[in-house]
Design a protein around this ligand. Structure first.
Ligand SMILES: Nc1ncnc2c1ncn2[C@@H]1O[C@H](COP(=O)(O)OP(=O)(O)OP(=O)(O)O)[C@@H](O)[C@H]1O
Length: 347
C-alpha cells in the first residue's frame, strides 16, 4: 500500500515543525526519513500514523489513494514501533505479541487457537521461536525490538512505521538488526517508513532516503543518488565528508551561470579527488601534504593549498603505498566530480 502526504504543515504554538512537506512512499518500499534532531521526522511519522494531526486545513494523507486524513489512528491499520520498546513487563513474549488481537471486540477477535498459531508464526518470522514463554526482562535489547515488531505485525497492518527502532541499542547490535530488518522487509514486502538520524543506517538499508532539515524535505532519492548527487550543501555535509574548495580552481566554475557568478564554492567528497606527485607541466592544483592517516582499508591524506585551505583526499592503501608520500611533499590535486554552490548558502 502506497503512502502519500501532501503539503503537511504542523506548528506547535509559534514553532513550525513541518513546513508544507510532501512525501510519496511507493507500495512495498522501505523508506528512511533521515535528518538531524528536531528536523521534523517524528512529527511527520506520527501524522502518517494518525497519532498527531496536521494543522487545520493544511495537508492530506492518503493510503493507496484513499484519504485517511481524518481517520483515527486505531482505524488506519498501521503498525508502529518506537525507539524504547514499550513491551508489557508483566506479560510473556507470546502474550505481548498477541496483545493487539486479544483486546479486539469479541466479534472481531480470532479464536484462542488462531491467535496462538499467528503468534507462533510471527515469532518464527522474527526468529524468536522458543522464546514465547519468556518475559521481556529475560531478553536482550535487540530481541525486545524484534518482539515489538512482531507485536506490531500481529494485527496485520497495511503499513509499518518505525521510529528510531534501533536507537537505544549498542552499535554492534544496531548493525546486525538493520541488516536483519532489510532482509525481513524483503520477505514480507510491507510498505515501511523508518525514522533515523544515522546516515549509515539510512544509506545501507533504505530503498529511498528522504533527507529532512529544518521542517522541510531537502532531497528524496535512492541512497546512491543522495550520496553522489546531493541537492544542497546541507545534504553534502550531512551525508558524509566533504571539502569546500575555494575558487578559482583550474577546470571548475568556468562558464557558470548566475546566481553563482560571484561568490561560489565547489563541494567535493574526499574520494572524488585525485592526488599525484608534483611534476612540472602536469595539470592540477598544487598543494602540500600535511598529514597521512593510513589505518584501515581506505587512507586519508590531508593537504594544504595556499596558506590556510585544508583539503582531504581518500584513496586506497595500495595507491597510497604506490605514491609513497611524506609530509611536506608537493602534490597535484584533480577533481573528478564536484558541485558548485553559492558561498553564502546557509548550511
Ligand atoms: N508536542 C510538541 N509540542 C511542542 N513542540 C514539539 C512537539 N513535538 C515536537 N515538537 C518540536 O517540533 C520539532 C520537530 O520535532 P520532531 O520530534 O519531529 O523532530 P525529529 O526530527 O524527529 O527529532 P529527533 O531525531 O530528535 O527525534 C522539535 O523542535 C520539537 O521540539
Amino acid at each position: 500500500m502506497s503512502i502519500t502526504a501532501t503539503n503537511i504543515k504542523k506548528t506547535f504554538g509559534a514553532y513550525t515543525a513541518l513546513e508544507g512537506v510532501d512525501l510519496n512512499v511507493p507500495a512495498g518500499k522501505l523508506v528512511a526519513l533521515l535528518g538531524p534532531s528536531g528536523s521534523g521526522k517524528t512529527t511527520l511519522l506520527r501524522i502518517i500514523a494518525g497519532l498527531e494531526f496536521a494543522d487545520e486545513g493544511s495537508g492530506r494523507i492518503q493510503f493507496h489513494g484513499e484519504d485517511v486524513t481524518d481517520v483515527p489512528a486505531g482505524e488506519r491499520k498501521v503498525g508502529f514501533v518506537f525507539q524504547h520498546y514499550a513491551l508489557f513487563r508483566h506479560m510473556t513474549v507470546a502474550e505481548n505479541v498477541a496483545f493487539g488481537l486479544n483486546v479486539r471486540k469479541r466479534k472481531d477477535r480470532p479464536s484462542k487457537d488462531e491467535i496462538g498459531d499467528r503468534v507462533n508464526k510471527l515469532l518464527k518470522l522474527v526468529q524468536l521461536d522458543n522464546l514465547g514463554k519468556r518475559f521481556p526482562t529475560q531478553l536482550s535489547g535487540g530481541q525486545r525490538q524484534r518482539v515489538a515488531l512482531a507485536r506490531a505485525l500481529a494485527v496485520e497492518p497495511k503499513v509499518l512505521l518505525l521510529d528510531e527502532p534501533f536507537g537505544a541499542l549498542d552499535a554492534k547490535v544496531r548493525k546486525e538488526l538493520r541488516r536483519w530488518l532489510r532482509h525481513f522487509h524483503d520477505e514480507i514486502n510491507l510498505t515501511t517508513v523508518f525514522v533515523t538520524h544515522d546516515q549509515e543506517e539510512a544509506l545501507e538499508i533504505a530503498d529511498e532516503v528522504v533527507v529532512m532539515n529544518n521542517a522541510k524535505v531537502e532531497q528524496v532519492g535512492t541512497p546512491q543518488e543522495v550520496y553522489d548527487q546531493p541537492a544542497s550543501p546541507f545534504v553534502y555535509n550531512f551525508l558524509g565528508n566533504v571539502n569546500r574548495l575555494q575558487l578559482p580552481w583550474r577546470g571548475l566554475g568556468e562558464g557558470t551561470a548566475a546566481p553563482f557568478t560571484d561568490a561560489k564554492i565547489a563541494f567535493v567528497r574526499p574520494h572524488e579527488l585525485e592526488i599525484i606527485r608534483y611534476r612540472v607541466g602536469v595539470e592540477g592544483e598544487v598543494a602540500t601534504v600535511q598529514s597521512i592517516h593510513a589505518a584501515g582499508s581506505v587512507a586519508r591524506v590531508t593537504t594544504r593549498r595556499g596558506s590556510n585551505e585544508f583539503i582531504d583526499i581518500e584513496l586506497s592503501r595500495a595507491r597510497l603505498d604506490e605514491l609513497a608520500l611524506q609530509p611536506d611533499d608537493s602534490v597535484l590535486l584533480r577533481v573528478r566530480r564536484s558541485r558548485l554552490f553559492a558561498e553564502d548558502y546557509a548550511i
